[in-house]
Design a protein around this ligand. Sequence first.
Ligand SMILES: NC(=O)c1ccc[n+]([C@@H]2O[C@H](COP(=O)([O-])OP(=O)(O)OC[C@H]3O[C@@H](n4cnc5c(N)ncnc54)[C@H](OP(=O)(O)O)[C@@H]3O)[C@@H](O)[C@H]2O)c1
Length: 430
Amino acid sequence: MNAPLRIAIAGLGTVGTGVIKLLDESGELIAQRGGRPIEIGAVSARNRDANRGVHIDRFKWWDDALALAEDPDTDVFVELIGGADGIALQAVMAALRSGKHVVTANKALIALHGVELARLAERHKVALRFEAAVAGGVPIIKTLREGLVANRISRIYGILNGTCNYILTNMEATGRDFHAVLSDAQAQGYAEADPAFDVGGIDTAHKLAILSSLAFGCETDFASIYIEGIENISAHDIAVVGELGYRIKLLGLASMTEHGVEQRVHPCLVPLNRPIAAVDAVTNAIVVDTDKAGRIVLEGPGAGQAPTASAVMADLVDLARGHVHPAFMVPADRLKPMSPSPMEHHVGAYYLRLTALDKAGVMAAIAEDLAEEGVSLASIIQRGAEHLETVPIILVTHECQESVMKRALARIAAHDSIVKPPRMIRIETL
Ligand SMILES: NC(=O)c1ccc[n+]([C@@H]2O[C@H](COP(=O)([O-])OP(=O)(O)OC[C@H]3O[C@@H](n4cnc5c(N)ncnc54)[C@H](OP(=O)(O)O)[C@@H]3O)[C@@H](O)[C@H]2O)c1
């Protein structure tokens, strides 16, 4: 058998220890398939004495991940620390500069610095790989980079954050509100102690930035992504949209439009009969619309120790086989600058939830505002309760431009009888 591929792992948390376990359990199979063994030479984390459930005494220990990145006995630096900046960025840059391939699971790092890092990798004739950064165990990067290489992609979208999907699924199953379900999800380990990145849509946007760069041959452009989280989704919304034939999902969507690339992350009403509506709990799913291969759907575990380690290993086996290609499929200097399409140009139908005083004439005034702005209604649900002064009014519109919808909503919100800021959720026909 050929000489081993020598790797160094920085970060021994969920994913890092997962990679060690995977090599312990399946090292022989992986060596057969990759044509050479993959061997861990050295590791680094913050606390050398932590009990990680795996023996690490057999590897060389480095206190400093930056020094590990320059270890001359290493072929591949595996970054599993996390964070867009700080030590992860410094160590990855140091590894590339010292002529080592880099494999990472770090979506924030790639979304924000991926193109610059890809350029650095090309300059030093090494590879930068990040299969595990998007949708954990689901091999979407390889699918885009290899399997769909002959296709033009018109749209890519998906459920890219297991925490949000778990919360929404649970809200629907239990009828409880967002904050109650979030607390449970945190207690059960499905949500971080600080859930802002997940529930606020940032994590999904990091992944979307990577996907749209690969799909459309553009530089990653996280800043131009429209982002809305799931914090304002109520149990009432979930119940009502069910009656209307929809389910609410947090989607990341990128599509090529006449105005440029539209990249958006927000809760969506998805028709119940679409496959993505049936993707529950922590599962991720990605749909790619292509010109030659048609519609491709991938679904699987978007996080977790074994699935994420599986994706890291796929990148390592590629390197063991000697595959060194540009990180974003084409050389970094040939990626086009992203030409983002602003949300004002987005065209779609909308679900609106208003909280109004229960008095005569309110509905007529709202209908007049909508009509004058050119928004036509598909349905209205208004259920008064005798003992309450306010009533929820649910409106579903036909398609219109987002700028038109926003103008109409501003007019509606200005009425004294509308007692809370109106809520708007976009409807996706998919
Ligand atoms: N968890 C998942 O399911 C999953 C899925 C897909 C992608 N990812 C990505 O994979 C990466 C790792 O995630 P994770 O869940 O494994 O994180 P984690 O469990 O929090 O582990 C992070 C590790 O980094 C180490 N670390 C922190 N600062 C360090 C420093 N300055 N020098 C060296 N090591 C340092 C920590 O050391 P100590 O243990 O000593 O504190 C810990 O071992 C992240 O980019 C994440 O976004 C994770």
